[in-house]
Design a protein around this ligand. Structure first.
Ligand code: F1P
Length: 292
């Protein structure tokens, strides 16, 4: 079994551990009503995007998310949250260093001794969610779980769905498809982007992601019988009908979207293995991007 698979399967347990430790971290996390920005790269950015959408939709304060290299200078946030598993990603370190004085910054990472934690005013560490794999899975959902719980969500059902997500038979054989599209709305846009990234990273697959309502505005023209469109979260019935009319297969299942992301991670690994690739050694990728 690949290390990536072992880390994917550990997620429900990791989520429980995050929730168990939340009490001691609450005062570090941004209070309701404050204006925040979340920054990160790759997976960590997509997690930030999901958290920002979730927080703002719950009326808990204006929340933006930026890829760390594109963080606008000159905006004022009460807290900037930097998400980084490795804590060594150069763009995140640089963005923290460029923040105006006076604001709070909070790192979400795995270990105390790293440049992102050193560059932030405060840190929440999730060492039990660290990973050996290049391809991130459990650190991402652990950071998301931290915020979902902090935002007041009861995650009992999400964890039960997560247990099923790691145990059930896969809902599709990915070898039946050549093209993978993930769609989401609100906070699940970030999850859709992350699921597509897993397919590219682990399986070298042609994978895209869009806000669901955007899909008919151009990208649907590429869909056909070799396309799997996987909807995370809610979708309009007419959208599903329009996608099916292209000959594409639509996967849209009930349950918690974070648990559905876990299923997508497993399918990405299955696709990699079916293609003779090693999901633990993705092409052209390093565990963190450290620039000279
Ligand atoms: C961010 C990241 C990963 C990506 C790749 C390179 O890392 O961009 O999301 O999959 O492996 O690094 P980090 O800042 O969260 O450590």
């Amino acid at each position: 079994m690949s290390v990536t698979t072992q880390e994917i399967e550990s997620q429900p347990e990791v989520w429980r551990e995050v929730i168990a430790g939340l009490g001691s971290q609450t005062e570090r996390l941004p209070p309701p009503g404050s204006r925040i920005a979340l920054i990160g790269c790759g997976t960590s950015y997509y997690v930030g995007l999901a958290i920002a959408a979730l927080r703002e939709a719950r009326g808990l304060g204006e929340s933006d998310a930026f890829v760390a290299s594109e963080m606008p200078l000159g905006r004022t946030y009460e807290t900037v949250v930097a998400i980084s598993r490795s804590g060594t990603t150069t763009e995140v370190v640089r963005a923290l260093a460029a923040l105006p004085r006076g604001g709070r910054s909070l790192a979400i990472s795995t270990a105390r001794a790293n440049p992102v934690v050193a560059g932030a005013g405060d840190a929440i560490l999730l060492p039990f969610a660290d990973e050996t794999s290049v391809v991130q899975t459990r650190f991402a959902t652990a950071a998301l779980t931290l915020f979902r719980a902090h935002l007041g969500e009861d995650l009992v059902l999400a964890i039960a769905d997560g247990e099923r997500a790691v145990a059930d038979r896969l809902p599709v054989d990915p070898s039946d498809f050549e093209h993978f599209v993930f769609l989401g709305r609100g906070w699940t846009v970030g999850l859709a982007l992350e699921a597509a990234l897993k397919f590219r990273e682990a399986a070298g697959a042609w994978a895209e992601a869009y806000p669901a309502m955007e899909y008919r505005h151009g990208p649907i023209s590429v869909a056909g019988p070799a396309t799997l469109v996987w909807v995370l979260g809610s979708a309009e019935p007419t959208l599903i009908t329009d996608i099916e009319a292209t000959g594409a297969t639509v996967l849209h299942r009930a349950g918690d979207p974070m648990a559905e992301l876990v299923v997508a991670q497993r399918v990405a690994v299955a696709l990699a293995e079916a293609r003779g690739l090693d999901p633990d050694h993705p092409q052209h990728l390093t565990r963190s991007v450290v620039l000279p």
